[in-house]
Design a protein around this ligand. Structure first.
Ligand code: DP6
Length: 332
């Protein structure tokens, strides 16, 4: 397929990042990328990845560009290999991905990026897959990407099958049923030093608390699911903070330690505690990076964003609503 033909059969997709309220950290199978614990997330419409992709017989390997720069296609190729197997094709793919937020910095660009890639690749290969099948394939690229196939509130199961066939995400509740907001405090624009994949491998091999985390996960997940389905904001927020801090305790007790926070991260946490004391109900959560995501109800989002940008080290405060699942689009 030459460049012009490639252009003709280019498929485009969009996906949104997600933030886990009940976190995933650690794998029960690294090769198949099966998470050791289940997780519950919300998809965020303010953190978007747009992807275009075509298969091309002239390529001798998969080519990935992220935000205009050549990037390692390792995770993408895991997804593309599965799609090629299913479709019975052998052509490599040219993938162009654009984030409207800083990538690799703890804002889950791999979740939105791999989810967008999975949907685009399946479309370009002419496969009609169910959302569950898409979720399982996306999980092989990045487990959090399995959740970004869906919008709103989403649960990713660890499952028990050795081949990972029951480790998929599924919708828990529609965004419209509980339209929460998240204010994203971006405290660093550059990529983090240790990726989640490397970090969680180090944790499972060295944190004395890892086993306890895995054992406690099912009950933590049950509690979070009940709180979300009951739309109990206080409970959901408190559990989200607890899950976040338990995960960061694992990171801190990894050898060598994984310290993803910076001074502004801590200042934002303190702001959240102060606002809560002043009657503005909001809760923080943080992934493998220094950014803080603040869960709130829509009437408080602007006030929180205004307070955030007063903190030195907060580069941007972005208000997000809950977003939709990954889907194909016709326009760039
Ligand atoms: C801290 O899904 O990025 O964001 O599966 O190795 O690609 P891989 O890891 P990834 O890890 C996400 C970890 C987290 C918590 C979460 O999203 O549940």
């Amino acid at each position: 397929m030459d460049a012009n033909n490639g252009e003709k059969s280019t498929v485009r997709s969009v996906a949104y990042s997600n933030i886990a309220l009940a976190k995933y950290w650690g794998k029960r199978d690294s090769k198949l990328n099966i998470p050791a614990v289940g997780s519950i997330s919300i998809t965020l419409d303010a953190l978007e990845t747009k992807t275009s992709l075509y298969f091309d017989s002239n390529l001798d390997c998969d080519e990935l560009k992220v935000d205009g720069n050549a990037a390692s296609p390792k995770k993408a190729s895991r997804v593309l290999d599965l799609i090629r197997d299913r479709a019975g094709i052998s052509d490599f793919a040219a993938v162009n991905s654009r984030n409207d937020f800083p990538g690799g910095a703890g804002l889950a660009s791999s979740a939105s990026g791999i989810a967008a890639l999975t949907v685009a690749a399946a479309g370009a290969a002419g496969l009609e897959l169910t959302e569950r099948e898409l979720s399982i394939i996306a999980r092989r690229g990045s487990a959090s990407a399995a959740r970004s196939i869906f919008g709103g509130f989403v649960e990713l199961h660890t499952g028990t099958a050795r081949d990972g066939s029951d480790s998929f995400a599924e919708p828990l509740m529609a965004a419209s049923d509980w339209p929460l907001n998240v204010v994203v405090a971006i405290t660093q624009l550059t990529p983090k030093a240790t990726s989640s994949t490397e970090g969680m491998l180090a944790t499972s091999g060295s944190s004395p608390f890892y086993q306890t985390w895995v054992e406690n996960a099912p009950s933590a997940l049950d509690e979070m699911r009940s709180a979300v389905l009951a739309k109990d904001f206080q409970k959901t927020g408190e559990l989200a903070e607890r899950s976040c801090l338990a995960m960061h305790s694992l990171m801190l007790t990894t050898n060598p330690p994984l310290i993803y926070w910076n001074p502004a991260t801590l200042e934002v946490i303190q702001l959240v505690l102060r606002l809560r004391n002043e009657g503005v109900e909001c809760y923080f959560t943080i992934d493998a990076g220094p950014q803080v995501k603040i869960l709130c109800e829509s009437q408080n989002a602007s006030r929180i964003a205004l307070e955030l940008i007063e903190i030195s080290g907060v580069e941007e405060a972005r208000i997000s609503e809950l977003g939709p699942g990954a889907h194909l689009v016709t326009k760039p």
